[in-house]
Ligand binder design. Structure first.
Ligand code: ZN
Length: 362
């Protein structure tokens, strides 16, 4: 099957020409075509999704995942990590047991546990009573409860680096976040193999002249990928621009989307925490930001508006998060890779989405 596109994004470069898909894989790119239009991008990969399209992944069943997945596909997301914030063990265990493991569209790349081993100083909207200091036995029970692929933790907590080691041995991505780490503590975690940070500048020690903290250390460490919520709310425009100017090429866009995303304003809950969405901005009763309602394609457009090239912005939504998820094969349209594809017109409107070479929008 020819896609009829004018160019395809292959390893960060737009290769002119059409794309051939066969047996669920990319068979060829750069094919001559008289009337190809638009761009084929690798499907978007979202590392942090709490809920979508009215569904909170805490308590979601197969139908819930199906509804959320449909909304995610409409935003170009072909792979994602359902994300569970700090919560009591029973709730996490129950939620992990429901995470789909095989054959879903969009693909579920395992779950992202955002907590519970986070800093009491940097909770954001995470409930304080469910926060825990690093606890190997608890982590083992959570890993046994479902397909955990990504854990956000605060590396400065006592025992956190031992958990980093355990998680790396199990092939689980570790991300520093919800953390009061100093730059020195952050660098120690990077030296132990942590290669990414969760929603940079949010829920971490503020950057300061003599103590740049986790954010500063991440921005200047050339092999650390920074995860960025680019919804026009979580970061001032100049803060986002600073991140891109310093770390463009190692930014992974995440949405941190909640159930209100793709639905609208109103009252919602994440893991039992109530919050209100007004004009697309979610805040809890203390007016603290509680995730976002941004759609991944909008985050891509926001990054282009900030000055990124189309190829760089699309890579930030595909190749970079795929690399962090340990699935670099999902972030490229190089021949032989899986045919998870978002087709866009020249205004970056989504025209068609494929998962495993099959049309995923109806
Ligand atoms: Zn968070």
């Amino acid at each position: 099957m020819r896609l009829g596109v004018g160019a395809a994004l292959v390893d960060g470069t737009l290769v002119p020409g059409d794309v051939e898909v066969a047996d669920g894989k990319i068979a060829a790119v750069g094919l001559e075509s008289a009337n190809g239009a638009g761009i084929a991008s690798p499907g978007f990969v979202d590392l942090q999704v709490n809920g979508f399209a009215g569904v909170d992944f805490f308590g979601a069943d197969t139908d819930g995942y199906g509804r959320a997945g449909k909304g995610l596909l409409e935003c170009g997301v072909t792979s994602y990590q359902p994300t569970f914030i700090t919560s009591p063990e029973e709730q996490l265990v129950a939620a992990l047991a429901e995470v789909p493991v095989n054959g879903a569209a969009p693909r579920v790349l395992g779950a992202h546990l955002e907590g519970p081993f986070i800093s009491p100083e940097r909770l954001g909207t995470h409930p304080a009573d469910a926060r825990r200091d690093p606890d190997r036995a608890l982590l083992e029970r959570l890993l046994a409860a479902g397909p955990v692929s990504h854990v956000t933790l605060a590396p400065e907590l006592p025992g956190a680096l031992e958990l980093v080691e355990l998680l790396r041995e199990r092939g689980v991505t570790v991300s520093c976040g919800h953390s009061d780490a100093t730059a020195a503590e952050a660098r120690e975690a990077f030296a132990r193999g942590v290669k990414t940070v969760t929603h940079i500048f949010n829920a971490m020690r503020p950057f300061a002249a003599r103590e740049p903290g986790l954010a500063g250390a991440a921005l200047v460490t050339s092999d650390v990928v920074v995860q960025l919520i680019l919804d026009g709310v979580h970061l001032a425009e100049d803060t986002a621009r600073l991140v891109w100017q310093v770390a463009g090429g190692r930014v992974a866009l995440v949405t941190d989307a909640i159930a209100a995303a793709h639905v609208g304003d109103g009252a919602y809950t994440i893991a039992g925490v109530e919050f209100e969405v007004e004009d697309g901005v979610a805040r809890n009763a203390d007016r603290v930001l509680a995730g976002s309602t941004v759609c991944m394609i909008d985050a891509v457009r926001n990054l282009v508006a900030l000055g990124a090239s189309v190829e760089a912005a699309l890579s930030a939504a595909s190749a970079l998060p795929a690399q962090i998820a340990g699935r670099p094969d999902l972030g490229t349209l190089a021949p032989g890779s899986v045919a998870d594809v978002v087709m866009l017109d020249d205004s970056l409107e989504i025209r068609r989405v494929l998962v495993r070479g099959e049309d995923a929008l109806d």
